[in-house]
Design a protein around this ligand. Structure first.
Ligand SMILES: [Zn+2]
Length: 427
């Protein structure tokens, strides 16, 4: 190789390496450019994603924002509970939308009217069954306002109680439950004077407007076999001081007589039972508890047992009768007042004044109801009932065998008796 050729070749070699460097630099530059481009692209993509998520979030937030106020409007405690537990029905919580605070109360009568205004004359908007739960707004007074189908309505206050277990807590003044049988307790005073005592009386308790006073209602007669057994007329075994079914001077009398027969053939015991059943309903409505001695054709309780049961489970004793005097016209009503000869004998000595006061009230009530009254409304009679009574006790004769005993008449008489009872205990 010549020097020239060598130089030429060298120059060419130098030229070649310069081109290669330029190419490498270009490739590197391109790589950096691509990298930057991709990086920027990726950043853009992320940004777009981020943006789209944010948009979604906004959308979600917006839709929650629509729902939230709905929840907030009804965030009363009760509704929150409903949302969580789902136990409270819409109907129950609906009243809360009105923003009215209510108190749970319970219906204590068989059927109670719901009225649009606090008045008996107001429109009846519904009925509530016994033990229904209501939301009371304002209690007290004659009427209580309640929420009923989202409306403010009214119920008589006497038919509502705040005691959820009112049925279990209800008892007569003597401690008997509603519908409980009352039998003759051997430990009761004079119980051992009774000859027929296998039967039982029944306690009925007033549901509303309770007075906590028990009326012993004794439908006269109706004890099979009662006329063939005898009991002492007086607890001290002294003889009877007046006549009657058993003559004066007798020491013992029929445990329960059969009663008389009306001139149309109806038995007295049938009519006394009808009358007692009507009176029972009226008294319960008026808030009295009622001890029913007999509610069927027959009860195996003699006059001593009936009296001793009333002494211990009632606050007064009213025996219902019609007189068997053989008159062919309606004599009218009267009660058996206490003969003077009995007034010194216990327990009569301690009770006769109250018994006669009760008798006078019954006659006043009957008079007010438009019933016919015999004479001054009283006739002295020595009765087993009077002799063993330790509470105010009356045998009321609502007429005789010639008296009208239609349903209508019996209702009128019951109204008179109920009025008299009201007067006696209201004094
Ligand atoms: Zn009678």
């Amino acid at each position: 190789m010549t020097e020239r050729n060598y130089q030429k070749r060298s120059r060419k070699k130098r030229q070649n390496s310069s081109v290669a460097r330029t190419a490498i630099a270009a490739v590197l530059l391109l790589a950096v450019a691509v990298f930057i481009f991709l990086f920027v692209k990726r950043e853009e993509k992320d940004f777009i994603q981020a943006e789209s998520i944010t948009a979604e979030s906004v959308q979600i937030a917006e839709s929650s924002a629509i729902e939230i106020p709905e929840i907030e409007e009804t965030t009363a405690d009760e509704l929150s509970k409903e949302t969580i537990t789902g136990e409270i029905t819409v109907e129950e919580t609906a009243p809360l939308d009105l923003g009215i605070e209510t108190e749970k109360m319970y219906v204590v009568a068989d059927k109670v009217n719901v009225r649009s205004e606090p008045s008996k004359e107001a429109t009846k908007v519904g009925e509530l069954a016994c033990n229904s739960e209501v939301g009371a707004i304002e209690k007290g007074g004659e009427w209580t306002s309640i929420l009923y189908n989202n409306q403010i309505c009214y119920v008589k206050s006497e038919y509502l109680t705040g005691d959820k277990d009112w049925k279990e807590h209800l008892a007569s003044s003597s401690g008997y439950k509603d519908g409980e049988s009352v039998t003759l307790e051997p430990t009761w005073k004079y119980a051992d004077y009774s000859a027929i005592y296998s039967g039982s009386a029944t306690m009925h308790l007033a549901k509303g407007n309770r007075k906590n006073i028990t009326i012993g209602v004794n439908a006269g007669h109706g004890t099979e076999g009662g006329s063939s057994v005898k009991t002492w007329c007086h607890p001290d075994k002294t003889p009877k001081v007046t006549g009657g079914t058993t003559a004066a001077g007798a020491e013992k009398a029929m445990a329960v007589s059969g009663g008389m027969t009306f001139s149309d053939g109806t038995l007295e015991r049938t009519v006394t039972l009808k009358e007692a059943m009507i009176l029972k309903e009226l008294l319960l409505e008026n808030g009295f508890d009622v001890l029913m001695i007999r509610e069927d054709k027959d009860v195996q309780l003699d006059n001593v047992a009936r009296t001793v049961i009333c002494n211990n489970a009632a606050d007064c004793h009213i025996a219902i009768h019609w007189d068997g005097d053989s008159l062919d016209y309606d004599k009218g009503c009267f009660y058996m007042s206490v003969p003077d000869a009995m007034k010194g004998m216990e327990p009569v000595a301690s009770t006769w004044q109250e018994s006669e006061a009760l008798g006078d009230s019954l006659i006043a009530g009957l008079k007010e109801a438009g019933c016919k009254i015999f004479s001054n409304g009283a006739m002295d009679m020595d009765l087993t009932q009077t002799s063993y009574s330790t509470i105010p006790s009356v045998d009321i004769e609502l007429g005789n065998q010639s008296s009208d005993h239609s349903e209508e008449k019996l209702y009128q008489l019951a109204q008179g008796l109920a009025e008299g009872i009201e007067q006696y205990f209201g004094k």
